[in-house]
Design a protein around this ligand. Structure first.
Ligand code: DQA
Length: 147
């Protein structure tokens, strides 16, 4: 059975109360529950983690690299400037999909650029919870085709 590491970056712990007009009203627990339920339907396992710290996200990418098959990541604001997270993802060589709740291409100019996307199979943005669910499907399809 495939295992997918789901990483949520900074400030996503406040989902539900954080700028709901932009990020929606679902809490992180509700998002994780929906991802886990979809994973069950797809017969894969997910491991969900959130951190507000760049180094902790990098440590997780390193630690989990041998026990997961792919990574689904919403890097939060690190998307736009963390070469360190980008390098960690490149270093482990796992298939990665980058997701965003909001449409980063229709917001402030600093959000329109991702330093992560070139090491990802795909970037899915602006679909709320469905960004995560679509990303999960994409990774599972990719892993099943590769096998
Ligand atoms: C985000 C978009 C980022 O620009 C922002 O910093 C976030 C959330 C999103 O999911 O829409 O924290 O990644």
């Amino acid at each position: 059975m495939f295992t997918i590491l789901v990483l949520h970056g900074p400030n996503l712990n406040l989902l539900g109360e954080r700028e709901p007009a932009i990020y929606g009203s679902l809490t992180l627990d509700e998002i994780n529950a929906a991802i886990t339920a979809e994973a069950k339907r797809l017969a894969v396992t997910v491991e969900n983690h959130q951190s507000n710290h760049e180094g902790l996200l990098i440590d997780l990418i390193h630690e989990k690299r041998k026990c997961v098959d792919a990574i689904l990541i919403n890097p939060g604001a690190y998307t736009h400037y963390s070469y360190a997270i980008r390098d960690a993802l490149a270093a482990v060589g796992l298939p990665v999909v980058e997701v965003h709740l909001s449409d980063i291409h229709k917001r402030e100019s600093f959000r329109r650029h991702s330093v992560i996307s070139d090491v990802c199979l795909s970037q899915i943005s602006g679909k709320g919870l469905n960004s995560y669910l679509e990303g999960l499907h994409l990774l599972v399809d990719y892993l099943r085709k590769k096998r």
